[in-house]
Every structure is written in structure tokens, then in C-alpha cells.
Design a protein around this ligand. Sequence first.
Ligand SMILES: Nc1ncnc2c1ncn2[C@@H]1O[C@H](COP(=O)(O)OP(=O)(O)O)[C@@H](O)[C@H]1O
Ligand SMILES: [Mg+2]
Length: 249
Amino acid sequence: MSLLDVRKVSQHFGSLIAVNGVSLTVEPGELRAIIGPNGAGKTTFFNLISGFFPPTSGTIVFGGADVTALPAHKRVAMGMARTFQITEIFPELTVRENLRIPVEVAAGLRLRPWLSRSADGEIRARIGELMDMSGLTAKADRMVGELAHGDQRATEIMMSLALKPRLLLLDEPTAGMGDQETYDITRLIRRLHREQKLTIVLIEHDMRVIFHLADRIMVLAEGSVLDEGTADEIAKSERVQTAYLGKAA
Ligand SMILES: Nc1ncnc2c1ncn2[C@@H]1O[C@H](COP(=O)(O)OP(=O)(O)O)[C@@H](O)[C@H]1O
Ligand SMILES: [Mg+2]
């Protein structure tokens, strides 16, 4: 059974058709990419998958259940995690404190007045694991707001991962980053996919990131699917080169 099955979803904003009958099937363990020029409807498509608003038409099936009418928080509870184009972290808290929040939520221990020593130990161990995985250990006690953009993004990705999602949706995780940070985040995403077997759908505008990561790529343009295929197929697609590179160049 597919983990995610999006069937012909559309989103109209007044007379604008931001997403026009787009379908996407994601199998467990896959790393899928969505690319396309600015304004193609990529973020809106993510908003529909994650339940920000219901689609004008179409259906969304997640883990075998029709979630089309479910609000975002119910989808999160079912194992759908998402990061945004703008980083969502608590800048005044340290890396460790930021991670502690979703780790406690995942353990069902959030908002308990006190924790047993063993529960606290497990939570610390899990936070340590997440920091090791992402190379954040040396920055554990730094305020996240003071960190470089790439480390903030890594913290945010690990906060999503702490919730043990079945599906991770990443909207332009390398937006606004320099070459080194882009490389680091790309490497982190690849590790989460390969080592943690995490299923990921990634929106990205940086072609280099995509071609190093994704199993399959879907190209959106003006709300519609322009092409779909492996990295090699997309790299050779004339339709994609004309529409995508023509506008981005
Ligand atoms: N909430 C909204 N209300 C009205 N128009 C929107 C809204 N969100 C996105 N749009 C429009 O939908 C189109 C697709 O936007 P978006 O999904 O953000 O594209 P992308 O992420 O591919 O750059 C754009 O023309 C954008 O202006
Ligand atoms: Mg966008």
C-alpha cells in the first residue's frame, strides 16, 4: 500500500488555479522531489497534503485513510510532519531545549509536572541521539537564534524527526543558504532517508540538491504536472528545460 496517494487535487484562489489536478503517489521509504519555477504551486500543493486547507477538488489518502477533510493537527498525529520555507524554531531556547519539546511529545510526557529519573534519562538519550545524527552535539547549549542558518534548519528538521513521523515534508530546506550549508543539509537529508529509512517529499529549487537525492522527481509548472521521472529522465526532458530553465535563467 502506498503511504501517500494524492488524487487529482486542485486549489483555486478566486480565478487563479494554483494547483490543477495534480496526483502523486509515494511509497514507504521513497525520497520524492518536487521542483518547478516560482509560483508553480509547490507550496500550495504541500499545504493541501498537510491539511492547511481542504482542496477545491480531489482526494488525499494517507496510510490508507482518506484524510482530505482532516485538519492539519490530525494529520500530524497520524505521522505527517512538515517543515516550512521559513524556519520554525524557538530562537531563545538552546538546541537541546528545542529538541526536548517534540521528544517529550513523542514519549507522551509533555506537560507532566514531573518526570521519573528513568523517563528523564530516556528523553536525554533520545535528544543526544538526534543531535549526534545531525552533527549538532557541539552546539547543544547554544541559543538557536544565534546559530547559522544551516544549523537552525538542521535543528528544525530534527525537531520534526523527533515526532517519529511516517512522512516528512520539506519545503525548500536549503532556501537562502550558501554552498557549504546547502551541502550539509543535503547530506543530513540523505542520511535520514538512507539510515532512518524515512519517507520524504522534498520541494527544492536547487537542481544540484535534487539530482543528488531524489529517487523520482515531479516537475510542476503553472499548477500542473509538466513531467515526472528519475533524475536522469528529468535532466534530459526538453519540456522541463524549456519551462523551468527558461524561466529560472
Ligand atoms: N493563500 C493564497 N491566496 C491566494 N493566492 C495564493 C495563496 N497561496 C498561494 N497563492 C498563489 O498561488 C500560486 C502558487 O503559489 P505557491 O504555491 O506559493 O508557489 P511555489 O511554492 O511553487 O512558488 C501563486 O500565484 C501564488 O501567488
Ligand atoms: Mg514555495
